[in-house]
Design a protein around this ligand. Structure first.
Ligand SMILES: [Zn+2]
Length: 175
């Protein structure tokens, strides 16, 4: 009998979540969407992901209700991918995963995430220690840290060098 590719025997909500977000690249697509990336070409250049893989991940994330496809241009037809509430709800997970990665595997600060209202850097679960709240995603400001390449090649990385709120769409010229 072939080994199963899924976790069908696991009665566990983590296993259920990994069915959707456990594939390679998937959480990075969600991360970019939180950063404001919405368009296929922008995901492509920022992630350096193979086209077929990106298309498959976008399809899965849309089918699972994490991204919503929205037409932004009729002729020629072009869609963008916007996080749903279900997708936005992954932010504390990504925040915690990023903090864990930094604490255990690198000392380099690539980005800071702060509460827009008070400037306090968020804790590992997206909380503001000063205000005592979990900060809504739209009230999180992302700023470049000292470890970030100050002169990146791709235009999305360049756009993300400026301090900006999460979810604010990255506006790029589509070639
Ligand atoms: Zn605060």
């Amino acid at each position: 009998m072939a080994l199963g590719k899924d976790y069908a025997t696991q009665e566990c909500s983590i296993a259920r979540a990994l069915e959707i977000v456990g594939e390679r690249w998937t959480l990075l697509v969600v991360r970019d969407a939180l950063y404001g990336v919405r368009r296929y070409n922008d995901f492509l250049v920022h992630l350096g992901i193979p086209r077929a893989v990106l298309a498959a991940r976008l399809q899965t994330l849309t089918a699972e209700g994490i991204l919503e496809k929205r037409r932004y241009q009729e002729s020629p037809p072009r869609d963008e991918y916007v996080l749903t509430e279900r997708g936005i709800a992954l932010w504390p997970t990504l925040r915690a995963l990023g903090a864990w990665g930094r604490d255990h595997f690198t000392d380099v600060r690539l980005r800071y995430f702060r509460h827009a209202a008070c400037g306090t850097e968020l804790g590992p679960y997206g909380e503001c220690a000063l205000c005592g709240t979990i900060v809504p995603v739209g009230d999180v400001v992302m700023e470049p840290g000292p470890g970030l390449d100050p002169d990146p090649v791709d235009p999305v990385s360049r756009a993300l060098l400026k301090p900006r709120r999460l979810l604010e769409p990255v506006e790029m010229d589509q070639a």
